[in-house]
Design a protein around this ligand. Structure first.
Ligand code: HEM
Length: 389
């Protein structure tokens, strides 16, 4: 790492965290916790000006290789995310970012990597390198640490489940060795369920809503507004959707969603997702074999294991929507007099976002819905064929 990148990295891990934490404590102590303007101006200006010094030095230095470009993109993105959180910029009242140097640096790094010019989920989760036990974060609040850690565990487990299913693609769904991969996928999905449960039990609603979530708002880089990062910005979740056959890349709702998230993922994840889109799903493979082989032992065994994986995956999706989104976003938002601007990471008003997340849940649980194309009937056919007799 160059001296300039290391100096910026050090600042992001120390003073930046301290200043954000102080500001959060100030806002949180107010009667109206959503009010950001008018308090902590001295700290906000130090955060803006200190960050600017590092940004200017890096911009003059230029891009110095993948590791560094990815790290710098995360740091400049976190800096811009914090400026947005503290209302030093707001895309609704500006046509371009008031931080042209930081925007140029982010655009240079993002374009050279093939990623959106803002911090991505990977920066704070699966590529968030701990130094002596401490991972990167905006604040040192324990609820932010919990959120980052459980998101990371969830993502890692979903990735492992996706890896296991990808291995089945190569040997075929009728293979006698598919059993170990189905078992690995099941185990990993059970871990996702545990991780979601820990969030439900331990994450403080008020702290999350007022002090963690606001760092994930959309902001402008140059003229363009970019949506916020969310824990779904990795390919594993979509590999599971596609390999299980619950969602299809040709679906008019689901396909555009894949395109939208491509640039928010690591380049390696982008490649995985593209490859996955060329595969046939395990569900389609099983349905094709059903009529001729339904009584064969291997069919019974593998179809049942497949269905168990589908059920567990559906449970994780239902947990996300019915528990996490409801408890940590929908309910606290309903308690406010008016919806705070930029509440959702993706930008649309909350009811619109909730409806689209509901569609995703229903695709993943293969709900019986007439208005969207789920695999409800296909799964019912497979269940009937694989039911113990
Ligand atoms: C407190 C916990 C969580 C809350 C409140 C939450 C909330 C949300 C919201 C509101 C979105 C929509 C994007 C937006 O903000 O505009 C979203 C997207 C997403 N989240 Fe979470 N989330 C949480 C934790 C997790 C965890 C642990 C995972 C698993 C790794 C996860 C996976 C996803 C995925 C995959 C998406 C993209 C949409 C989809 O494909 O379902 N989330 N989340």
């Amino acid at each position: 790492m160059s001296n300039n990148s290391e100096a910026f990295e050090h600042w992001i891990r120390t003073s930046f965290v301290q200043m954000n934490t102080e500001l959060e404590e100030l806002y949180f102590a107010q009667e109206d916790r959503s009010r950001v303007t008018g308090s902590g101006d001295r700290i906000k200006h130090s955060l803006r000006d200190e960050g600017h010094t590092y940004v200017t030095a890096l911009r003059a230095e230029g891009n110095t290789g993948f590791d560094s470009a990815f790290g710098v993109l995360g740091n400049v993105g976190m800096y811009l995310g914090a400026l947005r959180r503290h209302e030093l910029t707001n895309p609704a009242r500006e046509e371009r970012s008031p931080f042209p140097e930081a925007s140029s640096l982010a655009i240079h790094c993002g374009a050279s990597l093939g990623m959106a010019p803002r911090f991505a989920t990977a920066h704070l989760t699966i590529h968030n390198r701990a130094r002596a036990g401490l991972r990167k974060s905006f604040t040192s609040l324990k609820d932010e640490f919990l959120f980052i850690d459980e998101n990371t565990r969830g993502i890692l487990s979903l990735q492992r489940a996706a890896d296991a299913l990808t291995s089945i693609v190569h040997v075929g769904v009728s293979s006698p060795v598919a059993d170990v991969m189905f078992a690995a996928a099941k185990h990993s999905l059970q871990e996702v369920i545990q991780s979601n449960r820990r969030l439900m039990e331990r994450l403080d609603v008020e702290r999350f809503f007022h002090c963690v979530r606001p760092y994930y708002k959309p902001y402008r880089v140059g003229r363009q507004e970019y949506r916020g990062a969310n824990a779904g910005d990795f390919s594993g979740i979509n590999e599971l959707d596609l390999l299980l056959g619950l969602c299809r890349a040709s679906d008019p709702y689901y396909g555009p969603l894949l395109v939208d998230k491509m640039l928010f993922m690591l380049p390696a994840d982008q490649a995985r997702l593209k490859e996955c889109m060329t595969r046939r799903s395990l569900l389609d493979e099983l349905l094709e074999l059903l009529d001729a082989h339904r009584d064969a032992d291997w069919f019974q065994r593998n179809a049942r294991a497949f269905l168990e994986v589908c059920d567990l995956f559906g449970r994780t999706a239902a947990q996300h929507h019915d528990e996490l989104v409801k408890r940590f976003i929908e309910q606290p938002a309903a308690r406010l007099a008016e919806e705070p601007q930029g509440l959702t990471a993706s930008g649309p008003p909350l009811p619109v976002l909730l409806r689209s997340l509901e569609v995703l849940r229903d695709l993943r649980v293969a709900a019986d819905r007439a208005d969207i194309s789920t695999r409800h009937r296909d799964l019912a056919r497979l269940r009937a064929a694989a039911a113990p007799r």
